[in-house]
Design a protein around this ligand. Structure first.
Ligand code: CP3
Length: 336
């Protein structure tokens, strides 16, 4: 039997609302914190197949979710390409200097070997799943390029002209990323992932006249390749506002994940049947129950006759109480 999230995307089903949460594995779960405390090196934890599989499965031990997302990180790609990546408490990721020669000359075989514990973790998770989808993921070329060049989160100190210095170098890096992102997702599919999500968390930092070159075109090539494996692709170009429908026309994702700035009713009219995922502001989960219910219902109502996967408009925040996740699942399950 095909799991329901896959069916919603593939067949455009509207009679059931699958549910999962971005960043459901990690951060807010006490059982994750316990493992994390004993494993101070985050990269090493991502490369521990047994523990990564365990963390991926933690959310479905507690909650009635339709999918598991593999516990890993988008920055495992720069790491696999030979750039130093560290995660500092209270700061976030810090990357080392970028050596273009090392990156552009990384061999496929070496990359796969370095990241092989991730694929092994997927095979372990797959064995423990029944009637649920297993989501593999990668960062989109633009978001990865941004971390690789900026060497930290672009939250505070972003200047696009400092990022895009040499056009020809950018082109080479993007082409390398297109290849390696597809390779990484293909390995995840071979290991057992049956849906892929592409996170373009910083797409919203691109000015409109650069969206095509840095976001749509590179992403569309990856999406086309993943679709050729008969695996659906969910794209999350966070923060692109009015450009969501242009993104869908250019990239043709199997499903589009919307952020919380998007009006659900309006977007539904514009996307002509492309399945939609997400939307709810993760900050709502920190507030009172009545507000949560009202907002969950806003999305359920807007998409009641449309293929829709319930999710948030960005990842679960670390402050979120596990009971709140449970509460939302109940509302979604009990909808008429
Ligand atoms: O549950 C899941 O979704 C699976 C695991 C997952 C992680 N990162 C684990 C993680 C996924 C899908 C990601 C994606 C990711 N990583 C994105 C795209 C989604 C988004 O949130 O926009 C981005 C931009 C990153 C890069 C990254 N990794 C940052 C900025 C940080 C630090 C802040 C944070 O988000 O916690 C990380 C660290 C990270 N990745 C943690 C986890 C569980 C926390 C590590 C810790 O415990 O210190």
């Amino acid at each position: 039997m095909e799991a329901k999230l896959y069916k919603c995307i593939k067949d455009g089903k509207t009679d059931y609302t699958p549910i999962w949460f971005m960043r459901q594995a990690g951060r807010y779960l006490p059982e994750f914190m316990e493992i994390r405390k004993k494993n101070p090196d985050f990269i090493k934890l991502c490369l521990n197949d047994r523990l990564s599989a365990e963390i991926s499965l933690q959310p479905i031990r507690r909650f009635d979710l339709d999918a598991v997302i593999i516990f890993s990180d988008i920055l495992m790609i720069p790491y696999g390409l030979g750039q130093k990546v560290e995660f500092k408490k209270g700061i976030g990721p810090i990357l080392g200097d970028l050596n273009f020669n090392v990156i552009l000359n990384t061999k496929t075989k070496d990359f796969i070997e370095k990241l092989s514990p991730i694929y092994k973790a997927i095979t372990i998770v797959k064995k423990n799943l029944k009637n649920k989808n297993l989501i593999g993921f990668a960062g989109a070329p633009w978001t990865l390029l941004l971390y690789m060049l900026n060497k930290q989160s672009p939250k505070n100190n972003f200047d696009i002209n400092k990022i895009i210095k040499s056009k020809s170098l950018m082109r080479d890096l993007i082409l390398k990323l297109e290849d390696i992102i597809f390779l990484h997702t293909k390995e995840q599919v071979n290991a057992g992932a049956d849906v892929i999500q592409i996170f373009d968390s910083w797409a919203g930092l691109l000015p409109k006249d650069k969206l095509s070159e840095y976001c749509y075109i590179p992403t569309s090539k990856i999406v086309k390749n993943i679709k050729s494996l008969e695996v659906p692709v969910i794209c999350f170009p966070r923060g692109i506002g009015d450009n969501y429908s242009d993104f869908c026309s250019a990239v043709k994702p199997s499903c589009i994940s919307i952020d919380y700035e998007i009006d659900p009713k309006q977007i539904k009219e514009k996307l002509h049947g492309t399945p939609i995922q997400g939307g709810l502001d993760p900050k709502i989960l920190l507030g009172p129950k009545e507000e949560i219910k009202k907002n969950v219902e806003k999305y359920l109502d807007a998409f009641k006759d449309y293929p829709y996967i319930f999710n948030l408009g960005h990842g679960v925040l670390p402050e979120t109480k596990p009971e709140t996740i449970e509460y939302i699942i109940q509302i979604v399950r009990n909808k008429k």
